[in-house]
Design a protein around this ligand. Sequence first.
Ligand code: NAP
Ligand code: MG
Length: 399
Amino acid sequence: MSKIKMNPIVEMDGDEMTRVIWQAIKDELLSPFVELNTEYYDLGLPNRDATADRVTVDAAEAAKRLHVAVKCATITPNAQRVEEYKLHEMWKSPNATIRAALDGTVFRAPIMTDRIKPVVSTWEKPITIARHAYGDVYKATEYRVPGPGKAELVFTGEDGETFRRTVYDYECAGVLQGMFNKDSSIEAFARSCFEYALSVKQDLWFSTKDTISKQYDQTFKFIFQRIFDAEYAEKFAAAGIEYFYTLIDDAVARVIRSKGGFIWACKNYDGDVMSDMVSTAFGSLAMMTSVLVSPDGNFEYEAAHGTVTRHYYRYLKGEETSTNPVATIFAWSGALRKRGELDGNAALTAFADKLEKAVLDTINAGIMTGDLALLCPDPDVQKVTTTGFLKAVRERLER
Ligand code: NAP
Ligand code: MG
């Protein structure tokens, strides 16, 4: 059998258990079928430290050049990791560096199987959360107000002109917060959402609280609508999908009653809260995919979970672990499918589909890793190791 050929994608290797799984996926499920063509960057913590984190910056630049990247989970160093890896510095989160370079939005979507039922029984299709990861309460200035006095919101323009509004005349102690966002970031968020909706051909919902926040949230609503009308209305119509704006509280009620199968764009805080609610209701962190989409159409695929440190320490002791590789496999299939779509490489796109189907068929046949077996009480379920699972997927893929 001749292997499928492809143009290059960016491969970002990572850390710990996911690094082990990364290699196993390539050996067992990809290299036998595809002539893998990747520009390889080792984002494992030892190499980030050795290159003074240059490798992360280079990998992000490569993602802009090749437009498609796949990333393994990586350690975000804290004090304990600095000690463990004898680091020169507490390097920044690679995801933060890459997100800043691509100016992108993160989309998180659950992988659904017939075996594992969402907690919300009406959900038949995945719900993808798009979270604006800039500004608002995460970059707010705040303090405790010590006692009676006047709080004002002041803006001084470059030309010296000043806006001044009273926030509150305090008659006692309290709290005060000032937060911001900027048009350029909201515009990039909007374009990333519209691009992603087109790329997966799903409706896009967006929600804020613009009835209460008549300047702040309404700006989000207006920017989305302006960009949609000017740049995306025709493309959406051609793709047979819709853009739908509603208030956040109405959105929550509609999401719970819905069948799923759409993208829900959320402001920073809403996205933080709603993504954990939606992912938990769908089942397992090990079944969440994540893709960073930049407003000019660059895509970086990864699993939503981390490096699964607890399993890695057991692996180092020689234990065979039952770590779930599904989200990492789907990161690869997502990247290969996108490469295929961008290049008109139908064989590569078809391979990505078959790989995902082989994974879902394996789970639906009752063969799964420990985390899923716990969610699935059926008597025929067979709990397997990571290696056992990959072999079972390989058998189906070969068929
Ligand atoms: P984690 O790696 O996601 O793992 C937390 C726990 O969730 C695991 O101990 C395991 O539970 C379960 N789990 C997660 N993924 C699983 C999988 N594929 N299969 C089976 N179980 C899975 O989070 P963490 O332990 O908080 O973080 C570990 C490291 O990952 C940290 O250094 C952090 O900086 C990094 N991290 C990286 C990313 C990223 O690169 N995108 C994201 C998050 C965290 P049990 O132990 O109970 O089985
Ligand atoms: Mg959170």
